[in-house]
Write a protein that binds this ligand. Structure first.
Ligand code: PLP
Length: 367
């Protein structure tokens, strides 16, 4: 038993909750005594990662006694040439989660406002609040960002805007023209963060290629990650692309060795395997189409997703369905934690996993 602790935490974090991740397979097996469990809860890649990345990790294992290069120069150089941007515009992070943290750490002062959708990826809000910033939320319209509403929310205290495109948890995208016109209207003193964690899954042509506009808009930041289509979520590596002066500010606040050797080596190798990325995008498309058709057949609806997950409207408690699916060995995300209490969010799995999910869902809904 510990003695009583009266050390106060910083006021800013008193009311912040601890992040609840998707339930791990191991935990569900242990707690429910199940043998077969599938996880469709954290938008991971069901096909794993590229064999080239695996080889690179194995080779790099012999260097684990050495610190990694602090700024991941080989990786940023390769990304720069692949993306057609200057290397000085890229910073790598311990997941793109860390880039969000570095942005708010560097730019949000107490009382500054940050505009984001209600609902969107929860780490924007948490990181803004940790710094003592104020979150201003603009409701989604039919699951999609209301960019006009976000523009109207800008005032002299606005420091940052987050646009998640595709949006997590709804999977919607904003149209190309609409987003470009928004970029043009956001004042230059406001940092506009466009989170493209699911970029590689988007097949729709009405989707803005943001990188060619970076050189013209010094306040524009684009986030990408190796956690999703590249299947390297466990290694924690993502990156931000932005004006070199912003990169320099983020460098000041990052930990010296924020991305590890295995992650850097795997990411470098993953960039060579375009065949793997293309095949994952194709499989995801097939899986998403299958799930959408099945959900319609069952009589349910969903948001129009462009990512590797689907948010399904149940017209009943998402929590109840989540719990019942768990008992069937299928882990999804309850919408109650994601701002839509009568939904679940399911990641697109392998065809086998998708079929198992639909079977379990029908059983649970029929019960
Ligand atoms: C929209 C969005 N941004 C960022 C992240 C963080 O990804 P990571 O830190 O693994 O790069 C996620 C993870 O689910 C996400 O959904």
């Amino acid at each position: 038993m510990h003695t009583k602790n009266s050390i106060p935490t910083r006021r800013e974090i008193e009311h912040i909750g601890i992040y609840t991740p998707g339930k791990p397979v191991e935990e569900v097996k242990r707690e429910l005594g199940l043998q077969d469990v599938i996880k469709l809860a954290s938008n991971e890649n069901p096909n794993g990662c590229s064999p080239l990345a695996k080889e690179a990790i194995i080779l790099e294992l012999s260097h684990t006694a050495l610190y990694p290069e602090s700024t991941a120069p080989e990786l940023t150089q390769k990304l720069a040439s692949k993306l057609g941007v200057d290397q000085a515009c890229i910073i790598t992070g311990n997941g793109s989660d860390e880039i969000i943290h570095l942005l708010t750490r560097s730019y949000i002062r107490a009382g500054d406002e940050a505009i984001m959708a209600d609902v969107t990826f929860s780490r924007y809000e948490t990181n803004v609040q940790i710094e003592g910033g104020v979150t201003v939320t603009v409701p989604l319209i039919d699951g999609a960002h209301d960019l006009e509403g976000m523009l109207r929310a800008i005032n002299h205290r606005t420091r940052m805007i987050f646009v998640c495109n595709p949006n997590n948890p709804t999977g919607t995208i904003v149209g190309e023209q609409e987003l470009f016109s928004f970029i043009q209207k956001v004042p230059p003193h406001v940092i506009l963060v466009i989170d493209e964690a699911y970029y590689e899954y988007v097949q729709d042509s009405d989707y803005l290629q943001t990188l060619p506009h970076l050189h013209q808009y010094a306040n524009l930041v684009v986030l990408r990650t190796f956690s999703k289509i590249h299947g390297l979520a466990a290694l924690r590596i993502g990156y931000g692309i932005m004006h070199p002066s912003l990169v320099q500010s983020l460098m000041k606040v990052k930990e010296p060795f924020n991305t590890n050797r295995l992650a850097q080596a795997a990411a470098i190798a993953a960039l060579d395997d375009t065949e793997f990325v293309n095949s994952c995008a194709r499989l995801n498309d097939e899986g998403r189409t299958y799930l959408q058709q099945e959900i319609t057949r069952i009589g349910l609806t969903h948001f129009p997703s462009h990512a590797n997950f689907l948010m399904i409207h149940l017209n009943r408690s998402g929590n109840d369905v989540f719990q019942a699916l768990l008992a069937e060995g299928v882990i999804v995300r309850s919408g109650s934690l994601l701002g839509y209490p009568e939904t679940i969010r399911v990641s697109i799995g392998t065809m086998e996993e998708n079929t198992a999910f639909i079977q379990a869902l029908e059983k649970v809904l029929g019960a």
